[in-house]
Design a protein around this ligand. Structure first.
Ligand code: SAM
Ligand code: SF4
Ligand code: SF4
Length: 341
């Protein structure tokens, strides 16, 4: 691992800036009920206009500035990142940044069978696909879509064929909605050799009607998996790893659980998010971001950009998940489809 640069800022809780999520669009071809409920994100929703979005040149410049400050891992996300026209061109630009150790992409997988080859050719090495159910009716209900789950499964196969391996699969669980899918998803992932991670349903944004009793606690998920296939905990690979990892005792790989609600991990959170219009968010639950687009579109040189970001990061004290009250977070906060999950 590359050493942190001398100028690397730490925040008020001593956390460095290591990870960046870059949202390339706020649009999506699914309407997952927990993320973009159709009654809010309908035909009239004012999605961003193209000229508001950061260009690929602007994203590259900002990523370079952030790598100078310590960022080593970038994940492209959205909305659905594969809807952004010419996305492989952005991948190619970012893979040329030497200081970047890891470039990944999170996608709902619907367009992956069409695009996996091109993304791999542009230099992408790995992809995370979100898949909340194997059962077709459950998948369509969760994602509020007529697209069959087979499209996502085909996308995952295409990614593996293209060499975007290991594919990781993320599944958000909601009580009474898809929590009956735990064993089916785990069994499928074991057989296929993909790494599966279950994620607790979070109160991101203010439109998804989150309630605490909708969360399936990580401890329960681990117990259910262990009852079927014995598992043992695995030590984290690096500090700040968000997934609690378990190894199948029979050697069939690993499964992870991200306990964002029941066991928050703010203490090691080194992640910033860049919205599609160039606002930097220092927490998933922030109400507002810091405008960097006016700097990249203005006169600011790279020193000024770095100074602005370092200033933002050194004043950071976010730990929203640790402070979450029993009934969830209060007050305004940004939607996940806007800043990128
Ligand atoms: N559209 C892409 C996808 O679905 O993978 C990328 C963006 S999506 C916002 C990124 C991740 O956030 C997905 O894995 C999704 O399941 C997760 N997510 C969205 N809303 C969530 C919520 N309320 N709680 C937990 N995870 C959520
Ligand atoms: Fe779209 Fe991803 Fe949100 Fe689902 S989770 S609505 S696929 S952005
Ligand atoms: Fe990081 Fe904010 Fe999530 Fe805590 S709540 S882990 S500070 S993004």
């Amino acid at each position: 691992m590359t050493d942190l640069p001398l100028a690397a800022p730490v925040d008020l809780l001593g956390r460095p800036l290591r990870d960046l999520r870059v949202s390339v669009t706020d649009r999506c071809n699914l309407r997952c009920r927990y993320c973009m409920p159709r009654e809010v994100f309908g035909a009239d929703f004012p999605f961003l206009e193209r000229d508001e979005l950061l260009t690929f040149e602007e994203i590259e410049r900002l990523v370079r500035a952030l790598t100078d400050l310590g960022v080593r891992k970038v994940r492209l996300t959205g909305g659905e990142p594969l809807l952004r026209r010419d996305l492989p061109d952005l991948v190619a630009r970012l893979t040329r940044i030497d200081a970047l150790e890891d470039l990944a992409l999170t996608s709902n997988g619907v367009l992956l069978s069409r695009m996996a080859g091109e993304l791999a050719a542009a230099g992408l090495r790995r992809v995370t696909v979100s898949l909340d159910a194997l059962d077709d009716a459950t998948f369509r209900a969760v994602s509020d879509t007529t697209i069959p789950v087979q499209a996502v499964l085909d996308g995952i196969s295409a990614a593996r064929t293209a060499g975007l391996d290991p594919v990781k699969v993320n599944a958000v669980l909601q009580r009474g909605v898809n929590d009956d899918q735990v064993e089916a998803l785990a069994g499928w992932a074991r057989e296929l050799g993909v790494t599966l991670r279950f994620i607790e349903f979070m109160d991101v944004g203010t439109t998804n009607r989150w309630q605490r009793d909708g969360v399936v606690p990580a401890a329960e998920v681990a117990e259910r998996i262990a009852a079927r296939w014995p598992i043992e905990p695995v030590d984290p690979e690096h500090p700040g790893e968000v997934a609690e990892r378990y190894r199948y005792v029979d050697g069939a790989g690993e499964v992870g659980i991200i306990a964002s609600v029941t066991r928050p991990f703010c203490g090691t959170c080194s992640r910033a998010r860049l919205s599609a219009v160039g606002e930097l968010y220092t927490c998933l639950f922030a109400a507002e971001g810091h405008d960097l687009r006016s700097l990249v579109r203005g006169e600011a040189d790279d020193d000024a950009l770095r100074a602005a970001v370092a200033g933002i990061w050194t004043r950071r004290s976010d730990r929203a998940s640790e402070l979450r009250a029993q009934d969830g977070l209060q007050g305004p906060r940004v939607e996940m489809s806007y800043i990128g999950g």
